[in-house]
Design a protein around this ligand. Structure first.
Ligand code: HEC
Length: 201
């Protein structure tokens, strides 16, 4: 199978050339062909790292979610072969804090820099799915992802633009929208961090 003929359905079906008739190989509006191709290649690598159990769940996702995962993989310039999602989240938190303190110090340049770094956060080994609870790797639970991405990454980019113009009030409002994105995603997918099963209920 040649790389250029690879479409999202066959990609998620593993390396078997299963011909599901969904052809999603065209890029989204606003997404460059190079980004789309890079996204397809990265998702293919991520799939190869997953256990067969997770691969099955990933293959069963809707074309829209698959397209979204390819879009995310394509637009991030930084990816790690080794880091976990928890490690990436620590970096995201550091950028978030840098952004917030720069806003309070009226330092638009530093706020914009941290915001752009946050929007282009590193992707963890294997992508997002391996770090989700396995029972949430389904179309319904993952359908919230585009809204989370828009709040956090779209919000950070809007924050960067406002901060660069010196409009720190708008930047602060965008910070609120970004925060809602973090909180909503954690409520949906994560629950309370660091719980112990060695405590009585
Ligand atoms: C796409 C959903 C999603 C979004 C959006 C998101 N997070 Fe997370 N975050 C997670 C998940 C899932 C975990 C748990 C990861 C794990 O433990 O493997 C997590 C964990 C964390 C952790 C704990 C890391 C650790 O050491 O255990 C921090 C801190 C964190 N996120 C910060 C943020 C901040 C700040 C934002 C917003 C700027 C954000 N997150 C946005 C899904 C998300």
């Amino acid at each position: 199978m040649s790389q250029s003929k690879l479409n999202i359905s066959t990609l998620f079906a593993g390396l078997l050339a299963v011909s599901l008739s969904l052809n999603l190989s065209t890029a989204n509006a606003g997404e460059s062909k190079q980004d789309h191709k890079a996204g397809m290649q990265l998702v293919q690598k991520q799939m190869a790292l997953m256990t067969p159990e997770l691969q099955q769940k990933a293959k069963a996702l809707s074309p829209e979610i698959k397209q979204f995962l390819v879009h995310v993989a394509g637009k991030h310039s930084r990816k790690s072969e080794t880091l976990t999602l928890a490690q990436v989240m620590q970096e995201v938190l550091a950028d978030y804090q840098a952004m917030a303190s720069a806003i309070t110090m009226d330092n638009g340049e530093a706020a914009a820099e941290a915001a752009r770094r946050l929007a282009d956060h590193r992707l963890p080994r294997g992508g997002l799915l391996p770090y989700m609870p396995l029972n949430m790797v389904n179309t319904q639970d993952l359908s919230v992802l585009p809204a989370m991405e828009e709040a956090v990454e779209g919000g950070s980019l809007r924050l960067a633009e406002a901060a660069e113009k010196g409009d720190m009030i708008s930047a602060a409002e965008h910070l609120g929208a970004v925060t809602r994105g973090c909180v909503a995603c954690h409520q949906h997918f994560r629950g309370q961090p660091g719980t112990s099963n060695l405590l009585r209920k």
